[in-house]
Design a protein around this ligand. Structure first.
Ligand code: ADP
Length: 489
């Protein structure tokens, strides 16, 4: 098979950049990495066929620096750019800038980025075509009208910045007393982070589960689904553990959800990979569209594990104008997959990011264990970016088999030199509520996971190798990487 592109630039860092390079290489595509000054020895820069410095450590100087990335794409002779997630992955101006230079953006078009990037605009669009959105306002709310609007919706409500993302500025409000304070805080944070002042209100659904559908659209207007993922294990509105399929759905509910997602995707002529996120209210068995993520998502591997479809491959093929490799009636789910995100952070210090050199590092392995990581022994976890070190994803014929396999994998994982959340996710996976699959987005709070963590210790693998020998092993590995870094420009 001829490669869909000769060369692709990966405009990202960390595990996702490494993961994209792997698929690109498997398709016979040459890969180009870009790195900031904080990442000159980062794994993603070492595994690519070519690597170029883009700028200083601050994201604005490097991974968000559109002009520098465009220049390197041209200089290196790249034909296309994969943005990964975060950074420039959902920026319509980036898509348009690449197009101006005759470069292909591997992801949805600028038109889709604009539609779904505006949270309220998207709510209006999907509401109009009859896809249920989470009950709430379809326009920005000002301080004056907020109390009566919240009263109408009924407390609790959730205040959201229009320009939002990453849970930033979102606040659950249980009574009018807290409302204005929450709105002021949201506006302040939103202005600082997103440069926008508007906020809106949604009814807060305390028992909701976060269930999302993986969508793939080709360039001819056909949309496909790769089933759902459940991502209700969250902390401060951020996902921690994800799984596929969702333990909340029976065949009938699943059919209803997939139909809704396909309708929504079709209505906006969705192209390339994307995720249609829903809140599911088990008390009413209703689904509400929450938002659309017009990019590859962190948790995409659980879908890959149960469907056998490489989502990055499909993204690349579709961007090159080719057909997806599957037909809808060929897509089925086999078994169950669960992913745990391992972060460099301190759960006992309000999850503060923990930067530093990884003095010891060992990834788990074994049957049906997949690790996506951007690090190695001796590598540095910079303070400038997301603190995700690795994703450990396990498959099992049953959910419980996948869960136990993941628990074992985490026990075999060694990350030294920075604080991590491994004990936190280990505790969650062992929690009886999670084990039963009967949980919602409040599980971390309701099960008191952070409090229990203070008393929690688990049997982590201890390598009994004499320390002198262990040092030798470590040094040898670091040297190999250093050598590798000299071989690449
Ligand atoms: P962001 O775009 O900042 O990530 P989202 O709107 O996608 O924010 O919401 C993130 C998470 O916050 C959801 O997965 C869910 O757990 C929670 N959430 C958001 N809106 C609601 C709501 N109306 N009711 C209950 N939970 C919500």
């Amino acid at each position: 098979m001829e490669a869909p592109f000769s060369k692709v630039l990966i405009a990202n860092r960390g595990e996702v950049a490494v993961r994209i390079a792997r698929t690109a290489k498997a398709l016979g595509i040459k890969t180009v990495a870009v790195y900031s000054d904080a990442d000159s020895n980062a794994l993603h820069a070492l595994v690519a066929d070519e690597a170029y410095r883009i700028g200083g450590p601050e994201p604005a100087e490097s991974y968000l620096n559109i002009e520098a990335i465009v220049q390197i794409a041209k200089l290196s002779g790249s034909e296309a750019v994969h943005p990964g997630y975060g950074f420039l992955s959902q920026r319509a101006d980036f898509v348009e800038r690449l197009e101006e230079e005759g470069l292909v953006f591997i992801g949805p078009s600028a038109h889709i980025q604009k539609l779904v990037g505006d949270k309220l605009g998207a709510r209006r669009f999907f509401h109009k075509i009859g896809v249920p959105v989470v009950p709430g306002t379809l326009n920005p709310v000002d301080r004056r009208d907020a109390p009566s609007t919240a009263e109408e919706l009924g407390y609790p409500v959730i205040v959201k910045p229009v320009g939002g993302g990453g849970g930033i500025g979102m606040k659950i409000v249980w009574s009018e007393k807290e409302l204005l304070e929450a709105i002021n805080a949201a506006i302040q944070l939103s202005e600082k982070t997103f440069g926008r002042l508007e906020i809106y209100l949604e009814k807060y659904l305390p028992k909701a589960r976060h269930i999302e559908v993986q969508i793939i659209g080709d360039k001819k207007g056909t949309v496909y689904h790769l089933y759902e993922r459940e991502c209700s294990v969250q902390r401060r509105f951020q996902k921690v553990i994800e799984e596929a399929p969702s333990p909340a759905l029976n065949a009938e509910l699943r059919k209803k959800l997939l139909k809704l997602a396909l309708e929504a995707a079709k209505a906006c002529n969705y192209e390339n990979a994307g995720t249609f996120e829903f809140l599911y209210d088990p008390t009413t068995q209703e689904f509400y569209l929450l938002e659309i993520n017009s990019r590859l998502q962190v948790e995409h591997p659980v879908t890959e594990m149960v469907t056998g479809i490489d989502i990055v491959r499909e993204q690349i093929l579709i961007a090159a104008g080719e057909n997806p490799t599957f037909r809808q009636d060929e897509v089925s789910i086999r078994g169950h997959a669960i992913e745990a995100r391992v972060y460099a952070e301190d759960p006992l210090a309000y999850f503060a990011p923990s930067a530093g050199q990884l003095t010891d590092y060992r990834e788990p392995s074994g049957p049906y264990v997949r690790v996506d990581s951007g690090y190695y022994t001796g590598a540095n976890v910079p303070i400038y970016y997301d603190a995700l070190i690795m994703k450990v994803v396990c498959w099992g014929l049953t959910r419980d088999e996948a869960r136990r396999r993941l628990i074992t994998a985490l026990e075999e994982t060694i990350v030294e030199g920075v604080k991590t959340n491994i004990a936190f996710v280990h505790l969650l996976l062992n929690d009886p509520t999670f084990a039963k699959g009967d949980y919602n987005t409040r599980i971390v709070e309701e099960r008191g996971i952070v409090e229990k963590l203070k008393e929690y210790s688990y049997n982590r693998l201890r390598l009994s190798t004499p320390s002198s020998h262990r040092e030798l092993v470590t040094t040898a590995r670091v040297d190999a990487w250093k050598l590798a870094s000299r071989l690449f420009p």
